[in-house]
Design a protein around this ligand. Structure first.
Ligand SMILES: [Zn+2]
Length: 399
């Protein structure tokens, strides 16, 4: 399934080819988010123009959207999205965790996080699976390894993910260890539940504890998974930090088999992509390119630009002078895009999304070239300097 073609001599960065039934993904690669089986604001024919290689759809949301009945005669994600290329789905574990974490733990930035009480509240974790009450329902729902795999099989993506129990990086040792043990059991059950030829990834847990990360990486890494993902590497919204995320990668990746592809969920800022690839990650998914585009935050090689700001009202400057995306190729100016945003024209989000997704895909292509030519370290330095970023705690320039 995975072939490494180049290995950086001074780090764990590598480039390679991830083969799926719907095409080959050159890695490192950005996986573009299609939560409800659509890339928001884009038409299906726009997606190939952004040089996107793989999409990720969301198991939990699609399950909630479609229901069990809707899933049984679902035509499959490729048809639903109108995208013939590779698609992966996630396990649904994160949304359940997030539901409980955000609503139950009274999260405050920088605040303390209470240990969840098993068997109580909005999310009840049991050894068998998870009971939860979704935002839009008072009825208790249930999700476990077998059901997660069944939903993902019905969605018919190319890559599915074993059901797992994420934890906050701020969670205590006992809670994190118990969640990791359940994740390991659910990983075994997920492998047994699979009946199609879809590729399956296992998820490494272990929170912010070095010994647990090692244990989990060794356990999941030794199983019959086609690929591996590193779970619970959350930023400040879930009680973590960027520095902690990179530490968690360092504690996990050395214990994973070298020849299997590695995915990092929910991480996608420029500086984190560089550090993640350096640590040995092959694919990333994140809402940054699409969500920021919808808010008028346009990415350029010199940093992000808020195109809605009045300084661009008269600007004939292109979105990014070095970009060759279809929107920039048409000569779209910053003032034109601003006008579309101000008049709430649907095209605003679409054009910005095409540009941003293209930008991040192009960035990954440049990173692949740097790895192939043995210049990754220099590339990383140059990009961080151009964007005035630091690794791994840097913040984006606000132009
Ligand atoms: Zn562009």
């Amino acid at each position: 399934m995975f072939e490494i073609s180049s290995q950086d001599p001074s780090s764990r960065a590598r480039s390679g080819y991830l083969r799926t039934p719907h095409g080959v993904v050159e890695t490192p690669s950005y996986v573009i988010v299609a939560t409800h089986a659509e890339v928001r604001t884009l038409r299906p024919e726009d997606i190939p123009q952004t040089n996107t290689q793989m999409l990720i759809a969301n198991t939990y949301h699609l399950w909630r959207d479609l229901g069990t009945e809707g899933l049984s005669d679902y035509p499959g994600l490729h048809t639903a999205i109108g995208w013939p290329g590779p698609i992966m789905t996630d396990s649904g574990g994160f949304q359940v965790f997030s539901l409980g974490f955000l609503r139950e733990k009274g999260l405050r930035r920088g605040g303390t996080i209470e240990t969840p009480r098993l068997g109580e509240g909005i999310v009840r974790v049991t050894e068998a699976g998870v009971y939860f009450r979704p935002d839009d329902s008072n009825t208790e729902e249930y999700l476990d390894a077998e059901l997660s795999i069944k939903i993902q099989e019905d969605l018919q993506g190319d890559i599915v993910v074993a059901f797992d129990e994420p934890t906050s990086p701020a969670a205590g040792y006992e809670e994190t260890e118990a969640a990791m043990q359940r994740t390991h059991k659910w990983a075994e059950r997920s492998l047994e539940a699979r009946y199609s030829k879809q590729k399956i990834y296992g998820v490494v847990q272990g929170g912010a504890f070095k010994d647990l990360r090692k244990k989990s990486a060794e356990f999941i890494g030794a199983m019959e998974f086609d690929g591996l993902a590193i779970g619970s590497t959350y930023g400040d919204a879930y009680g973590g930090t960027k520095a902690k995320t990179m530490e968690m990668l360092e504690w996990s990746i050395p214990y994973l088999p070298i020849d299997k592809p590695r995915h990092l969920f929910g991480v996608g800022r420029i500086e984190d992509l560089l550090s993640g690839v350096e640590a040995g990650i092959d694919t990333f998914d994140c809402v940054i390119p699409t969500r920021e585009a919808r808010h008028g935050r346009i990415w350029t090689r010199k940093g992000p630009v808020d195109v809605k700001k009045s300084i661009w009202s008269e600007s004939r400057a292109p979105l990014d002078e070095e970009c060759s995306c279809p929107v920039c190729a048409l000569g779209t100016s910053r003032s034109h895009l601003q006008g579309l945003f101000r008049s709430k024209d649907m095209e605003a989000g679409r054009l910005a999304t095409i540009h941003n997704v293209y930008f991040f895909n192009d960035f990954m292509a440049r990173m692949r070239e740097a790895i192939k030519s043995g210049e990754f370290a220099g590339f990383k330095k140059e990009v961080l300097r151009a964007l005035k970023l630091q690794s791994p705690r840097g913040r984006g320039l606000k132009i």
